[in-house]
Write a protein that binds this ligand. Structure first.
Ligand code: GLA
Length: 705
């Protein structure tokens, strides 16, 4: 770092500019949006008037906003010492390093005895990363209540989009206008919950998949989250992002430091597609991004639930291998007294009742069939009826003086404690060492309640404890992949994904619900991270019935798998499933490396999407008729994102064998294909055939040589 006391930095990448400046105090983002091009930045361009009726200066909206300098919205740093001091600090810049694409800064408030570090970097995909830490340099404790990163967005941002839903219906896209109010994503469940994913997007009026200025923020953190879009405080439109700390949760002793979770953000001038490009690119560039090709799974949960029978599971493995499955995952029910969900959780020892010869009979069988083997765990939890709870009732997270509410008959273990983590590591490590296990499904099926009260660890320490445990397991077993699951998609964020390889997106396999869930998921996360399985013809969660082709088309674009009792299928059914697995395998390289395009379509009964290879030589699009339409003619299907000057051959993929709706005449391209340029396909698109409700089309596009 250099000993600079002021700076102006202009970071530019991927059509995005970020201007950060400091005149000796806390740095401020003055611009985040369209590329401003070459040419020196004159700060006068960003000066605002000082109207009457307020302070005699324009209060800065610093990256860590300072109340003591007049910012009247949420402060960036909240906390205090036992005597009430240090509540409204003012930081001075002590050091900074300004590079082409990054700024690092060190700041201090000598009166409050606090130091702060700030790291800002714009990566090659246009993703802005902001890291902040605060240290207590005083002699007394400093109780930390909040540390938030603040960034202004465009004055014309007038709509807000959040993601959420419920168990079995995660990642729904919710939009509302954003006027003169504060919109929040505030999550207090101790995990990024089903109803409020830790992300927020704001944009210009009517922004869509391919149009509009859009700003996205995400907190890479698997605990409680606090995101706010503030359109009220002083005419600026700003977003603030941080970890949500509960009352009294975190106290920094002298010389202790708190590192806030990383904030990731992206700007796009062409709608949500640009946000996906940026986030997918950023995620795929991570060193620990899972390796390709993603294996096709069979997960036993909906096939057998807790009914573990060695012979039946071996027969299921035979069927799985027959249809082309590459990894067999044994779900809940293999350990301790876990014959249903009331008992056994926490006892990570193979059940001698259902597996008298250990797991060898299934692991060896699966391996001999050429498949990998995966195993389910829920390490953070314990049933009251378990050996672990009987031996260590004090290991539970919560306040022993109060009754602790149960969730799915279980309690949470205090992973802030190293003895608890050591115990879990030993049990999991023993199994991963003993058996040839290549995959762990890591579940988390209840909220954290009473965390931090009565002296136990809070959500913050619990989350760090989980991270440490997973990191330790990964270090000891680097080839074992891990799937993050929390009753489906209740823990999907780039904190947990820094140490896991796949998200179990939802517990529902209902194709209609999945199409919406996966669309929301795909905005920030690339398809290879999205566990998407084809379930039984009648979905267990909704009792809706869908054909094999429709269910497979819905699952096709993710990390594909099967969660269904294949022993119920006849030979015809099996060969259909084998064909669908093969279809996925033939396309997975494209699907898992290409650019995702969700398509805006005027008819709400249609959902359309595609993935285009990076070289734009081929693409796979899907159209789902999720309901009946008011018209047989649903409007043209535009195929965006191809090379405008390139000529392509377009054809329906027959393998999914989906029936078309009844018509005297369907467009000839449906049977014979069609040739057109990328520009023609993007602008005029294709006229869709008449479609039945709850049916799908897959459309393949390849360049004409
Ligand atoms: C959770 C998961 C399911 C399954 C069950 C097992 O609900 O989300 O996929 O693993 O637990 O109990």
């Amino acid at each position: 770092m250099t000993d600079e006391r002021s700076f102006v930095a202009h970071l530019r990448r991927r059509a995005t500019s970020v201007v950060v400046a400091s005149s000796g105090g806390m740095p401020e983002v003055l611009w985040w949006g369209h590329d401003l091009g070459d040419g020196e930045i004159d700060l006068a361009q960003f000066e605002r008037p000082v109207p009457g009726g307020g302070l005699d200066h324009d209060p800065p909206f610093a990256i860590v906003a300072e109340a003591a300098r007049g910012w009247a919205g949420r402060p960036g740093l909240e906390g205090s010492r036992p005597d009430g001091s240090a509540g409204q600090p003012v930081f001075g810049l002590t050091n900074c390093e300004v590079g082409e694409h990054h700024v690092d800064a060190a700041l201090v408030d000598l009166h409050a005895a606090l130091e702060l570090t700030l790291g800002i970097a714009l990566d090659e995909h246009g993703v802005l990363r902001v890291d902040v830490s605060v240290s207590n340099t005083g002699d007394s404790d400093y109780r930390l209540d909040a540390l938030r990163v603040g960034i202004p967005v465009g004055d014309h941002a007038a709509e807000v989009l959040t993601f959420g839903g419920r168990h079995n219906n995660e990642f729904g896209i919710h939009r509302s206008s954003w006027g003169r109010q504060t919109v929040t994503v505030e999550n207090r469940r101790g995990r990024p919950a089903h109803e409020r994913a830790p992300s927020m997007i704001v944009g210009s009026p009517g922004f869509g998949e391919e149009q509009g200025d859009v700003w996205a923020v995400h907190l890479a953190w698997s605990g409680d989250v606090d995101i706010a879009a503030d359109g009220v405080t002083d005419g600026r439109r700003v977003v603030q992002v941080g970890e949500l700390l509960r009352s009294g949760e975190l106290t920094l002793g002298p010389r202790e430091c708190f590192e806030g979770p990383t904030v990731l953000a992206a700007f796009s001038s062409f709608g949500l597609s640009g946000i996906s490009d940026a986030f997918h690119g950023h995620i795929r560039a991570r060193k620990a991004h899972p390796k390709f090709p993603r294996p096709v799974h069979l997960n036993t949960w909906e096939a057998v639930y807790f009914d573990h029978d060695v012979d039946r599971l071996r027969a299921l493995a035979d069927r799985a291998a027959e249809v082309g499955v590459e990894r067999f995952v044994l779900d809940d029910g293999w350990f301790g007294s876990r014959r249903d969900d009331t008992s056994g959780l926490g006892d990570w020892v193979v059940s001698s009742d259902v597996w008298p010869d250990g797991l060898d009979p299934i692991v060896d069988h699966v391996r001999s069939l050429g498949m990998g083997f995966g195993l389910w765990f829920e390490p953070e939890m314990v049933n009251l009826d378990s050996d672990l709870y009987r031996q260590h009732p004090d290991w539970v997270l919560g306040d022993a003086r109060y009754e602790q509410p149960l969730g799915r008959h279980q309690l949470v273990l205090d992973l802030g404690r190293s003895d608890v983590r050591d115990h879990l590591f030993e049990q999991i490590d023993a199994l991963l060492t003993r058996y040839d296990i290549g995959y762990v499904k890591w579940d988390h099926n209840r909220d954290l309640v009473q965390a931090a009260s009565g002296g136990g660890s809070g959500v913050h320490l619990q989350t760090l404890g989980v991270y440490e445990l997973i990191d330790r397991i990964r270090a000891a077993h680097p080839d074992v992949e891990i799937e993050t699951c929390a009753s489906g998609g209740g823990r999907a964020d780039l904190g947990i994904l820094a140490r896991t390889d796949r998200v179990w997106t939802s517990d529902t396999m209902d194709a209609i619900d999945r199409i919406a869930i996966q669309r929301g998921f795909s905005v920030l996360f690339p398809p290879e991270l999205m566990g998407s399985h084809i379930g039984a013809p009648i979905a267990h969660t909704t009792l809706r019935r869908h054909r094999h082709g429709f269910r497979a088309a819905a699952a096709m674009f993710g990390s594909f798998g099967i969660e269904w009792d294949l022993l119920r299928l006849d030979d015809d059914g099996l060969s259909t499933v084998a064909r669908l697995v093969d279809l996925h395998k033939r396309n997975r390289e494209l699907l898992h490396t290409g650019r995702t395009r969700r398509i805006d379509h005027p008819d709400p009964s249609l959902v359309a999407q595609g993935v285009i290879s990076v070289d734009r030589c081929k693409a796979l699009f899907a159209v789902f008729a999720i309901a009946s339409s008011h018209s047989h003619h649903r409007g043209a299907l535009r195929l965006p994102g191809l090379d405008p000057g390139q000529r392509y051959r377009v054809r329906l993929v027959g393998d999914i064998d989906e029936p078309l709706g009844w018509a005297r005449w369907q467009p000839s391209w449906v049977a014979d294909g069609v040739e057109a340029t990328g520009r023609q396909l993007e602008r005029a698109g294709l006229r869709l055939p008449v479609l039945h409700p709850e049916s799908a089309l897959l459309i393949e596009v390849v360049t004409v040589p």
